[in-house]
Design a protein around this ligand. Structure first.
Ligand code: PLP
Length: 379
């Protein structure tokens, strides 16, 4: 609640919104010192802004990092982090079950620019040991998208560190309230703040945090490429952070309640939740996410796309929306949303089929959420 703020006498309790694109100076030496970062202050909005700075400090503090950089989206954060961590040419080893947008960035933008992407099952530590020696960077997600596996970040970090390979973790699904990957050995952590940090599906934003050197490089590039986060989205993200703790507790409780109830719902072939005892990640998830795993889960519905379509039409509270992490319960259909850039064969290899539905469980009353799924599936 208090991260990123320094309140003194007569400070506004809610931070002022500073929309100024540029600040006025009366002294050339003063401008020079601020532009060099030797004196606090702001001179041009693409380089820094007070609302963005508050958000960066807050997320860095929550993740236990030296510094942070807030960007125009999670994808801009990821791109900035990759370029700050590893110059080309380099092989980027990424989790096989990766957010489709990240896979597309690697394949469609970074491979043509001189990087090579290698997709590996990071829950298989032998595969990690085989892949890391030739790698320039490893990318993992704390909770994978969409089937909610949890790779052993601590073990991967140890293997990467032994070989001097930087380790980037997309901590979007867990948020800094449930997992702090830097403490487990990660080099840099990124968030799509669009999701749990913002929490209300009303902004698009990204943040990366890590050591001051790497963040300095990322900040300079973000300014050069013109991808920093705007003042209002920074302000909204910081407002979201204030309630992250209570939201994540409720998301975690509700997703477990729904996952348990869903096991006996009609048409449900399989439930994917990291903290359920049939999850392949059960033991790792309990170790890395002792306070809950947030609102993300998935299930496989018998009857494929037609059955998913019928279910959507029968919901009265749950909605179909291609994002996650908001206060309302939403479902997404990876085949045409997050994983549409993959071929059917690639999706099948991951276990994502025509009946796979991802659920972002919200903070409504758990009984209402369970009842809505029960009603939708009972047809
Ligand atoms: N990482 C994960 C795990 C995501 O789910 C997403 C978006 O869905 C992103 C990154 C990209 O974030 P943004 O949409 O804010 O660019």
């Amino acid at each position: 609640m208090h991260a990123g703020r320094d309140l003194g006498a007569r400070s506004p309790l809610a931070p002022d919104l500073s929309t100024a694109a540029v600040h006025v100076f009366t002294d050339l030496d003063d401008y020079d010192a601020v532009a060099r970062g030797e004196r606090p202050g702001h001179y041009y909005g693409r380089n820094s802004n007070s609302n963005r700075e508050m958000l960066e400090r807050a997320v860095a503090e929550l993740e236990g990092a030296e510094a942070g950089v807030a960007t125009a989206s999670g994808m801009a954060a990821l791109h900035g982090a990759i370029l700050a961590l590893v110059p080309k040419p380099a092989t980027i080893v990424a989790t096989r079950e990766l957010y489709g947008g990240t896979a597309a960035l690697l394949r469609q933008d970074l491979e043509p620019a001189g990087y090579e992407a290698q997709f590996v099952d990071l829950t298989d530590l032998d595969a990690v040991r085989r892949a890391i020696p030739g790698a320039g960077l490893v990318i993992a997600e704390t909770i994978t998208n969409p089937l909610c596996g949890v790779p052993d970040l601590e073990a991967i970090a140890a293997i990467a560190r032994e070989r001097g390979v930087p380790f980037l973790v997309d901590n979007t699904f867990a948020s800094p309230l449930l997992c702090r990957p830097l403490e487990l050995g990660a080099t840099v952590v990124m968030h799509s703040a669009t999701k749990y940090i913002g929490g209300h599906s009303d902004l698009v934003a990204g943040v990366i945090v890590g050591d001051a050197d790497t963040m300095g490089r990322a900040r300079a590039r973000t300014a050069r490429t013109g991808t920093p986060l705007g003042p209002f989205d920074s302000w909204l993200s910081l407002r979201g952070l204030r309630t992250l703790d209570v939201r994540m507790r409720r998301h975690s409780e509700n997703s477990l309640a729904l996952a348990r109830a869903m096991r006996s719902m009609p048409g449900v072939a399989r439930v994917h939740h990291p903290l359920m005892d049939d999850s392949p990640s059960y033991h790792v998830a309990h170790r890395l996410l002792p306070h809950g795993s947030g609102g993300m889960m998935a299930f496989d519905l018998e009857g494929g796309r037609a059955a998913v379509q019928r279910m959507i039409k029968r919901f009265s509270l749950v909605t179909f929306a291609a994002s996650l992490g908001g206060v309302e319960t939403t479902i997404s259909y990876p085949e045409i949303t997050s994983h549409r850039s993959m071929s059917p064969a690639e999706r099948a290899e991951l276990g994502v089929g025509a009946g796979t539905v991802r659920v972002s469980v919200g903070i409504e009353d758990a009984a209402d959420i369970v009842a809505d799924f029960m009603h939708a599936l009972s047809s």
